[in-house]
Design a protein around this ligand. Structure first.
Ligand SMILES: Cc1cc2nc3c(=O)[nH]c(=O)nc-3n(C[C@H](O)[C@H](O)[C@H](O)COP(=O)(O)OP(=O)(O)OC[C@H]3O[C@@H](n4cnc5c(N)ncnc54)[C@H](O)[C@@H]3O)c2cc1C
Length: 567
């Protein structure tokens, strides 16, 4: 049995930031990660990270309070306002800390951190390092983790949590390199396992963003909050759905339909292309549905950057230019890029308080997998990297304090029991010769989610999707794993993952069917308006073997009364 005071699952931005904080507090901290930390999806983040630094001439009177208001309004008033205020108040300190640790932020003429406009923001507030912001921050945080001597278990998959409901006792994980299953005793565990994009067919997320580990927390008895709120990014390139950063529109890019018209005029006359993502994605989808799109990829519009000029594109957006050349053969200096909305982010996640604590003592969550909630029904661009560093720091501090000076209360029996169950599940999968194939089940789940729990939703299609997910869950019991070897058995890993993904997908569908209103990313054709009287509340999905049981909790309001979102 391996032992650490704090184990952080996940080596992305949130995980590394949490680990750095807990180690700085003196806790023996380890990171356990499916991938080498610098390969985490955080490294794909392009556009930037928000903080009211007021560095640009046009944003001298920006403030954390204004940033909080934009966040709450962007969230369609479902964010907990106290949490949004914490996010934006902590933001400047976290950004300057990253700067001092060495993140090479792009600069203004007079040497300050430069800030670009992003959707739904009243001021240019997004700090960036060209269009590779996530990559630079991830490498910088990794350096800090190395400096602090944090032990990293690379290429391990966490597969079960060992908690008796009163205290945490550790986790069980699969070593991908050997196939061995090991127990890790830990008084505190921080989930920082990223998003769940791969539950959808069209997604900007990496292969690793399966959401499986949200399922691990969910199955251990931690509710998932607000899962029906899924973000679709307006501009992913057709075919692969790789992201074209919102920074492209922040720098002045246009969205054009097949008439050559900047159609956002019709939907958000003031903010135009920089309206929040839920609004821009719906607008694109309406243009396509009404015949004003282009046919590629089942329907798309054009992202036109040509007027920005070669120099600006090469300086500010070199990464997305390379991506469009590599994946479409299109140079955005010369031609517009065909784009369509794709799943991008989950606003919901593991239910936590403002310090990342879940309902299980000693278990925390931070980053995209967590729901604090700061993003409510729709996240603003640039607020997710921010959430990772702000809430990562807070969760790491809380975990570090939780274990400090405490005699370890680990009960080996609880851990052994969890290990025995997880081992039996893995062994059963390895032995299975069931007729169902992983790829078919996974594909059907992802297609169902994209088609029926997508940008526009309505009761009948969603209920059919729920039925499909339940049927897939039954078929999953008969799934066969073809590869029987132990080392790097990705067939086994993907099959294990699918079980958790189906649970998480079901929690999204169940929450979406139940919520009879339209708010942020949850847009229903049969309930077109926001209904504050009945639905100003958070959904909590509790795991049961038959599917999610839903309960609701109130939204915290501090300063801002709900208003109609106009942009
Ligand atoms: C293409 C793209 C561009 C983006 N651009 C921006 C942007 O410009 N600004 C912004 O604010 N946001 C952006 N986002 C969103 C933001 O990048 C993510 O929400 C954020 O980086 C997530 O960080 P994380 O630390 O929570 O998770 P991740 O970086 O996804 O890391 C998850 C970690 O969990 C580990 N893990 C997963 N499962 C297991 C398991 N079972 N066992 C062990 N380890 C596991 C993985 O190995 C990984 O290390 C973007 C997202 C994408 C996909």
């Amino acid at each position: 049995m391996l032992k650490h005071q704090v184990i952080v699952i996940g080596g992305g931005l949130a995980g590394l930031r949490a680990a750095v904080e807990s180690a700085r507090l003196g806790a023996d901290t380890a990171v356990l990660s499916l991938l080498y930390p610098v390969r985490s999806h955080s490294g794909a983040a392009q556009g930037g990270v928000n903080a009211a630094l007021a560095n640009m001439p046009e944003c001298k009177d920006d403030s954390p309070a204004k940033h909080a208001y934009d966040t709450v309004k962007g969230a369609d008033f479902l964010a907990d306002q106290d949490c949004a205020e914490i996010l934006t108040t902590d933001a400047p300190a976290r950004i300057y800390e990253l700067e001092h640790w060495g993140v090479p932020f792009s600069r203004t003429e007079d040497g300050r951190i430069s800030q670009r406009p992003f959707g739904g923001a009243g001021y240019p507030r997004t700090c960036y390092a060209a269009d590779k912001t996530g990559l630079y921050i991830l490498h910088t945080l990794n350096e800090q983790a190395v400096k602090l001597g944090i032990k990293v278990y690379n290429e391990w998959a966490a597969i079960a949590l060992a908690s008796d409901g009163a205290l945490n006792h550790g986790l069980v994980a699969l070593n991908l390199q050997t196939g061995e299953i090991a127990s890790f005793a830990a008084d505190a565990v921080v989930f920082a396992v990223g998003g769940a994009g791969r539950i959808y067919k069209r997604t900007s997320n990496a292969m690793q963003s399966t959401g499986y580990c949200l399922g691990v927390a969910y199955k251990a008895g931690i509710p998932l909050k607000d899962m029906e709120f899924v973000q679709f990014h307006p501009t992913t390139i057709v075919g692969t759905n790789i992201l074209m950063t919102e920074g492209a529109r922040g720098e002045g890019g246009y969205l054009l339909n097949n008439q050559g018209e900047r159609f956002m005029q019709r939907y958000a006359a003031k903010a135009m292309e920089l309206a929040p993502r839920d609004i821009v994605s719906r607008s694109i989808q309406i243009e396509v549905n009404e015949g004003r799109g282009f046919p590629e990829g089942g329907g798309c519009v054009h992202l036109d950057l040509r007027h920005l000029g070669r120099e600006k594109i090469l300086e500010r957006l070199p990464g997305i230019r390379e991506l469009a050349i590599s994946f479409l053969g299109i140079d955005c200096i010369e031609k517009p890029v065909p784009v369509q909305p794709g799943q991008h982010f989950i606003m919901g996640g593991i239910d936590t308080d403002k310090d990342g604590a879940t309902i299980l003592p000693g278990v925390y969550a931070a980053g995209e997998c967590a729901c604090v909630s700061v993003h409510g029904a729709n996240r603003l661009g640039g607020n997710s990297l921010l959430e990772c560093v702000v809430m990562g720091q807070r969760a790491g501090a809380a975990a570090g304090k939780f274990v400090k000076g405490k005699a370890s209360a680990i009960k080996e029996a609880v851990l052994n029991d969890a290990a025995k169950k997880a081992t039996a599940e893995v062994e059963a999968l390895l032995k299975s010769s069931g007729k169902e194939r992983l790829v078919n089940l996974r594909d059907e789940m992802a297609q169902t989610m994209t088609d029926q729990i997508g940008i526009f939703r309505e009761d009948k299609a969603m209920r059919e999707a729920l039925a499909t997910l339940h049927a897939l869950r039954v078929r999953y019991r008969n799934v066969g794993v073809d590869a029987k070897h132990r080392k790097f058995n990705l067939d086994l890993l993907r099959t294990l993952e699918l079980g958790g993904m189906l649970d998480v997908a079901e929690s999204i569908a169940a929450g979406a069917v139940a919520r009879q209103e339209s708010r942020g990313g949850h847009s229903r054709l049969d309930f077109k308006t926001r209904d504050d009287a009945n639905w100003m509340k958070h959904t909590r999905a509790h795991y049961t073997p038959d599917g999610a049981r839903l309960t609701y909790t109130p939204v915290t309001k501090t300063k801002w009364e709900p208003e109609e979102r106009k942009y």
